[in-house]
Design a protein around this ligand. Structure first.
Ligand code: ARG
Length: 347
């Protein structure tokens, strides 16, 4: 029996054929009407690229065409799924020359962790406070923290594969490249013992493409230094390091007008950029990213598309007014394909 092609599928296939100047859309639509929509590799890859292009919170979209796809839709067991995640991290890390990568699994699979690499947050305040509830859940699922706990204990990954109980997996060391943080001139910086992982791999968003919801489709780009320096290290509900750094710098943290927070932030940013460069790990700075985002917008306009963006995510958390985006406003409608919070529950 022939079923009409669902509008989202039709929309996506029209875009795919049109933007890639492909012939024979009619033939493909007939096939979809006969057998349902199972994206081909090129369709899925382009769909994932479009999901990136449409991500209103991403300032790094200039590179949307340079996405690698690992098609893992045929994997069925938890250990196969985990092996693919490890393979993803190794491929994406690429000894520091980070490759934007997405792995797509069969719908129904779920990862509990919001990123493949996350540091534990303990109840006594040690570690990354953002991950306290994740850490708690993982402990309830059977994880035991190391005897010598640290501020940077990599958490296991919790996988839910339909037909199997939830399973925890420990990432092998060689899949987690980390960068120790030091400062080009402030010698004491390295004694703070800070580090961060090279690859941010978001693992709790679902990829919506052509009417299909892929509940497990982890993806990564590379970092912008502000993400670590301003937010992860600087936020008061994260590692909260501004008072620590400012005091080491000899500033009076009771005097707002000494601008100790601002000065500490700048040193943290310089340290993060310096350390990643020294380690040969790709990282952007917020000024370059802002320029590239402008170029992305220009190219999109040329192609007849309006860029959707969320201002508060696109403008950097420091020196906002130095970025061209600060002086603009954006419509933040989320077009499809896109990445959305997963509707598939994790239990
Ligand atoms: N801000 C998040 C973090 O600090 C990562 C979000 C994705 N970032 C990226 N550059 N692709 O871990």
């Amino acid at each position: 029996m022939q079923v009409a092609c669902p509008p989202e599928t039709l929309n996506f296939l029209q875009t795919f054929y049109q933007e890639n100047h492909l012939p024979d859309l009619e033939k493909r639509l007939e096939e979809v009407e006969r057998c349902g929509f199972l994206p081909t590799f090129p369709e899925l890859l382009y769909g994932a690229k479009l999901a990136w292009r449409n991500s209103v919170r991403c300032v790094g979209r200039h590179y949307w065409q340079y996405l690698h796809l690992q098609d893992a839709r045929d994997l069925v067991s938890p250990s196969e799924v985990f092996d693919a995640l490890v393979q993803h991290l190794r491929f994406a890390t690429n000894a520091g020359n980070i490759r934007p990568t997405i792995t797509v699994f069969k719908p129904g699979i779920r990862i509990l962790n919001d990123q493949l690499i996350r540091y534990a947050g303990y109840e006594d305040g040690l570690g990354d406070p953002k991950n306290q509830s994740l850490t708690q859940q993982l402990m309830e699922l059977g994880w035991t923290p190391p005897v010598q706990r640290s501020a940077f204990d990599v958490l296991p990954v919790a996988l839910q594969v339909p037909g199997h109980p939830v399973q925890l997996f420990t990432l092998p060391e060689d899949a987690v490249l980390e960068v120790p943080i030091e400062h080009p001139t402030l010698e004491w910086f390295r004694d703070l013992g800070l580090k961060w992982h090279a690859v941010p791999a978001i693992s709790n968003l679902q990829l919506s493409v052509g009417g299909i919801e892929y509940s497990c489709a982890p993806f990564n780009g590379w970092y912008v230094e502000t993400e670590l320096a301003a937010r992860n290290f600087g936020d008061t509900d994260r590692y909260n390091l501004l008072p620590v750094v400012a005091e080491k710098m000899g500033l009076n943290i009771r005097k707002n007008r000494q601008l100790w927070k601002d000065r500490a932030l700048i040193e943290l940013h310089e340290a993060v950029l310096y350390s990643f460069d020294k380690a040969g790990v790709k990282i952007s700075d917020h000024h370059t990213v802002a320029e590239h985002f402008e170029r992305f917008c220009a190219r999109e306009r040329q192609a007849g598309r309006e860029v959707k963006a969320r201002w508060s995510w696109i403008v950097p958390p420091i020196s906002g007014s130095t970025s061209p985006q600060f002086h603009q406003s954006f419509d933040d409608t989320e077009l499809k394909p896109n990445f959305f919070p997963s509707k598939c529950p994790f239990h």
